[in-house]
Design a protein around this ligand. Structure first.
Ligand SMILES: [Zn+2]
Length: 263
């Protein structure tokens, strides 16, 4: 029997307090289930140290890639001086930081200062360019605005659009800019027709898997904490949607995530 291909969870908030009671056990279970790499993007400056702490790894444990950034959802926690702080962190820890993220625009938020969101996005895209890093993007209802900035900055190493929710045309524009698109728990819901359709028709070379744990619970697990150990359920679902073997999906999506996040 062939060994099971390794899986890569390209987006998991393993630093969140939801995992404090059982983070080590979760990582052990990930290993058992074949989830051998996890990317952990930060959300606020005050959490950068706890994210950086998670990068330490032993050879027989899950590889942990960390990204530092200021997430648009938590705009009220950010200060403009955090951009200088991020530059310092990137200078000091460039070897251990795999990307700038999680950054982006969330125009679905009510009462959020959209201009300020835009300001943080541009500053962080410019830092990614300066340090030759990819980015991990969060985007709701603002893909055309982000695409415009990406065409301007032209990042060498592209990035990942996490929990992709745009149109096929927008997906193709991201792909042309060197980006991969993240698909997660949404595709386990039958009602998510548009996202399922995209996950089925886009080239497999442009797709990465993600759990977004502890958020985005999968069908059948609503109301529970999501965990990276459930990544194989997303793999299974994508294989069914694409009428493809789980081995092929696992192999290709892991290569895709590694091509962006592993140096
Ligand atoms: Zn996230």
């Amino acid at each position: 029997m062939q060994p099971k291909p390794e899986l890569f969870d390209s987006h998991c908030h393993l630093d969140f307090p939801e995992f404090d009671p059982d983070r080590d056990e979760t990582l052990e279970q990930c290993w058992v289930k074949g989830v051998r790499s996890i990317c952990i993007p930060a959300t606020e400056a005050r959490f950068w140290p706890r994210v950086l702490k998670l990068v330490n790894q032993t050879p027989d444990n899950v590889r942990r890639y960390v990204a530092l950034g200021l997430h648009p959802y938590f705009l009220e926690s950010h200060q403009k001086s955090h951009i200088d702080g991020l530059e310092q962190q990137l200078k000091q820890n460039l070897k251990t930081i795999c990307a700038v993220g999680e950054i982006g625009l969330d125009y679905a938020l009510k009462d959020s200062d959209l201009d300020l969101q835009h300001w943080y996005l541009i500053k962080q895209l410019e830092l990614a360019d300066q340090f030759n890093l990819p980015v991990i993007l969060h985007c709701r209802k603002a893909h055309d605005v982000i695409l415009k900035q990406l065409r301007r900055v032209k990042l060498n190493r592209g990035g990942i659009v996490h929990a992709f929710s745009g149109s096929e045309q927008q997906a193709r524009q991201y792909i042309d800019l060197g980006f991969k698109l993240g698909f997660g728990g949404t595709i386990t819901y039958e009602r998510a027709r548009k996202t399922r359709q995209l996950a089925t028709t886009l080239p497999l070379e442009s797709i990465v898997l993600e759990t977004d744990a502890p958020d985005m619970p999968m069908a059948g697990y609503q109301g529970q904490r999501n965990t990276p150990t459930r990544l194989p359920l997303i793999l299974q679902q994508l294989a069914e949607l694409r009428s493809c073997s789980v081995e092929e999906i696992a192999l290709t999506t892991t290569e895709n995530a590694s091509s962006i996040l592993a140096k």
